[in-house]
Design a protein around this ligand. Structure first.
Ligand code: MN
Length: 229
């Protein structure tokens, strides 16, 4: 039947090979680096992993994001992003590698003030996390072109100053365990992205800031923060 209006085009991000990766859903893991869990006031040894989701439309590859409304504390979280090209459910960690197309640098931008309020009141995180333009991503590199991504530096600079510095080997839940965990609750699909958590050092941005996420082996992600519109 004829649609009432034209459907939105799919979100497609570029790979390092010049191809397009159609984005399905976006899963984000919380508190996956012990030092970040501690800076947020949690004990990393006692809490199981958890995840939340963002719309595909929050994923942007353009160089500029704008400050969102309704926050005075919009914060960066540098993260390794996993791109899934083969679906499945109840995936075993030992089989998870076959589901990974590649990796990219990413940012899980967060309205920290609204997140803190939600935590206090036991409410969902949607307005804190599922924010328009809140999931910037760099070029996706296929695994065949990459070194072992279970270790290597992950850093973020803000206006050239080092803010976050960690190592992928510090993840409490490695990528294969994250895939196994999410696939217990959802049938993973080709196109799904997983933002795998952030190391310590998160902080607020202001309009005019430039953020750079660097992960060993991947193209840098460079983002400029524009004025609220
Ligand atoms: Mn995060």
């Amino acid at each position: 039947m004829k649609p009432v209006f034209d459907p939105k085009p799919p979100v497609i991000v570029a790979t390092s090979r010049g191809e397009g990766f159609p984005v399905g859903r976006v899963f984000c893991i919380g508190r996956n680096y012990a030092a970040h869990a501690r800076e947020m006031g949690h004990d990393p040894d006692r809490e199981p992993p958890f995840f939340f989701t963002k719309w595909a439309e929050t994923v942007v590859q353009a160089g500029t994001i704008t400050m969102p409304p309704e926050t005075d504390d919009y914060q960066f979280e540098a993260e390794l992003v996993v791109a899934i090209h083969k679906g499945g459910r109840n995936i075993r960690p030992a089989d998870a590698q076959a589901h990974i197309y590649g990796y990219a640098c990413g940012l899980d931008m967060t309205r920290r003030d609204l997140q803190a309020e939600a935590k206090k009141k036991g409410r969902p995180w949607d307005v804190a996390k599922n924010v328009e333009q809140s999931a910037p991503i760099g070029l996706i590199h296929p695994v065949e072109d990459l070194p072992d991504m279970t270790l290597g530096g992950i850093t973020l600079t803000q206006n050239g100053e080092l803010r976050q510095s960690g190592d992928l080997s510090d993840m409490i839940w490695p990528v294969v365990d994250v895939i196994a965990y999410i696939s217990r609750f959802y049938t993973l699909e080709a196109g799904d992205l997983i933002y795998t958590g952030t190391p310590e050092g998160v902080g607020p941005v202001r309009a005019g800031d430039t953020l750079s996420v660097m992960i060993a082996g991947l193209s840098d992600l460079n983002v400029t923060v524009g004025e609220r519109q």
